[in-house]
Design a binder for this molecule. Structure first.
Ligand code: FAD
Length: 528
């Protein structure tokens, strides 16, 4: 299994949850939680990690009220758990209330597409504010504004501590952010008030909002003078007041113990030849697809079931694999056809793939072994690389062995593999944003594909569009930069210049692809 290294326990200011810890952490917790269920092989999750880390750092002081967690659904040990939480796409954000008495899958709290740090932070505040009063995290002070008729009473008492009042507009979050920033500090209470009572504001000398008015422990009071009316300026000013101190650490919730040592195993680099295709990558990809990606779906029905059946039908005919693997796909296909059900629990499929097949000696590797898809770090490349390779292989197989599809109902369809890939990606691919991009490309031009050869070229061209878009992205493996492929060293004849401009020789590209993704180019090295 791959180690969850996109986030590092102990180093990143968030809780790295795992199958063995997540339920315990979320159940009956004294703080609410926001958990990002991600997959270490999803490019968007990799790209989003710095934002999520920055958010966790930014709201670190809010921990007693609301905590940030992550769980890697791409890690095989966690995939049962992700299924239990009903996670289909990555990243998925779920909010969990404090003091839940029973297992819950959390709330997709206002899951918008905007995942800017500030938006997520504000959503966390909304969540806390809407949290039912009786089970509200005890560390979370009231976040509603003090009614204007009550403000005066704050001045009355001799409290022996500081009281800061942030005056602000109704839509501002600054007051609530400052309140939460200070929850771990003693000798100070932060409140917020709206700017509705203009006469009162005038009396206090407040001319602009947000402003922070401070009542000292001795009863004196005045506006605080800071350079900019920003959350960070208010919070750091208040934290540095004489007598204001961070509460003792023992009052914080006990950090979650990792029940498992983080796997520090560094896999040995496997030498490989990039002009070859490795069966280890294709089989590992199939293993991941069948046992991890699809297994997040509890029940297959309707369009999903149809997609899965068609996928298995096509792959059983076209996968250029070892006999036991092809046999497994064929048996699975026959079994699916023989079932007149309109719903199949995925566990039944898994049972067939895992147990029944093993008994009859028909099996598929049950761990990943990336070779041509190795990444220089564990979270890079891997599954998505193998999925591309798998579909390229299938388009080429369909083009060089069109007879293989006879009697499947797909024999006369030049787009057979592309349509199946499109539906697979749409229904099952964990990276939702990738699926959207792919769907846009498919909508635009897949219909124009009229031959099996053109299907090979269509997928090649679109993969290069994706490569171009992702060049320089955080998900790019520095050891394997995104390039327009095949590069001149792999296929010199594919490249030409016309009037000084680079141009592809498509006939040569087709010939190259039909060789690269065909049986004679497959190596079985590193397969046990
Ligand atoms: P990959 O791009 O995965 O390529 C794997 C191998 O295929 C290469 O090593 C090479 O041998 C071969 N190859 C490369 N180009 C071509 C080509 N044009 N034709 C034929 N073979 C080729 N990630 C995102 O961050 N954002 C996205 O929107 C996104 N969309 C995706 C859509 C799909 C359908 C898939 C399958 C993946 C998507 N990904 C996306 C993942 C991303 O494309 C890569 O798979 C991932 O970044 C790993 O890259 P890699 O270096 O292993 O090379």
């Amino acid at each position: 299994a791959r180690a969850a290294r996109l986030y590092r326990p102990g180093e990143d200011p968030l809780a790295v949850l795992e199958a063995g810890t997540v339920r315990r952490a979320l159940l009956n917790a004294s703080a609410a939680w926001v958990v990002q269920f991600y997959s270490s092989s999803c490019g968007h999750c990799i790209g989003f990690a710095p934002t999520w880390r920055a958010l966790a750092g930014d709201v670190r002081d809010w921990e007693p009220a609301i905590r940030i967690g992550v769980l890697d659904c791409g890690e095989e040990d966690n995939y049962e758990t992700c299924k239990e939480y009903g996670i289909y796409y990555y990243p998925t954000f779920r909010y969990f209330k404090a003091f839940t008495k029973q297992f819950t899958t959390g709330e997709n709290y206002k899951a918008g597409s905007d995942r800017e740090l500030q938006t997520v932070r504000q959503m966390m505040i909304d969540f806390l504010q809407n949290h039912s009063q009786d089970s509200r995290p005890p560390a979370c002070p009231p976040l509603d504004p003090v009614p204007s008729h009550d403000i005066a009473t704050l001045f009355d008492k001799n409290n022996h501590h500081y009281t800061a009042i942030v005056f602000e507009s109704n839509s501002s979050y600054v007051g609530r952010e400052v309140i939460l920033d200070l929850i771990q500090y003693e000798n100070i209470v932060v409140k917020r008030a709206l700017n509705s009572d203009k006469a009162f504001l005038e009396k206090l000398g407040i001319t602009s909002i947000p402003s922070c008015y401070l009542i000292y422990p001795n009863g004196s009071h005045g506006l605080i003078n800071i350079l900019k009316p920003l959350r960070s300026f208010f919070s750091s000013y208040l934290k540095s007041l004489p007598g204001v101190r961070r509460k003792l650490l023992s009052q914080l919730p006990i950090p979650i113990k990792q029940n498992k040592e983080e796997s520090t195993e560094i896999k040995q680099w496997k030498e490989f030849d990039k002009s070859k295709l490795y069966m280890a990558d294709l089989e590992s990809g199939l293993h991941y697809l069948l046992r991890v990606e699809l297994a997040t779906h509890k029940m297959l029905e309707g369009a999903e079931l149809k997609t899965f059946k068609d996928f298995v039908t096509v792959i059983a005919k076209l996968f250029p694999g070892r006999q036991p693997v092809v046999k497994l796909l064929e048996t699975l296909q026959e079994w699916l056809v023989s079932l007149p059900l309109d719903k199949i629990p995925y566990d039944a499929i898994l049972d067939l793939v895992n147990n029944k097949m093993r008994i009859s000696g028909i099996f598929l590797t049950n761990h990943v072994q990336w070779v041509g898809c190795q990444g220089s770090r564990p979270e890079l490349r891997g599954y998505t690389c193998s999925l591309w390779k798998l579909f390229h292989t299938l388009t080429v197989q369909a083009a060089v062995r069109p007879k293989a599809l006879i009697n499947t109902g797909f024999e006369d369809n030049p787009q057979v593999v592309l349509q199946m890939m499109r539906r697979y990606i749409q229904h099952f691919f964990g990276c939702k944003a990738c699926a959207q991009h792919f769907e846009e490309m498919a909508k635009e031009s897949m219909d124009s594909v009229k031959t099996l050869d053109k299907a090979v070229l269509w997928l090649w061209e679109k993969h290069n569009v994706v490569n171009n878009r992702l060049a320089g992205d955080l998900s790019e493996d520095p050891k394997f930069p995104k390039v327009q492929w095949p590069t001149p060293d792999l296929c010199p004849a594919c490249h030409e210049e016309i009037k000084g401009l680079h141009s592809w020789n498509e006939a040569q590209v087709l010939q190259f692809l039909k060789h690269h993704y065909n049986n004679e180019n497959i190596l079985y090295k590193y397969i046990e």
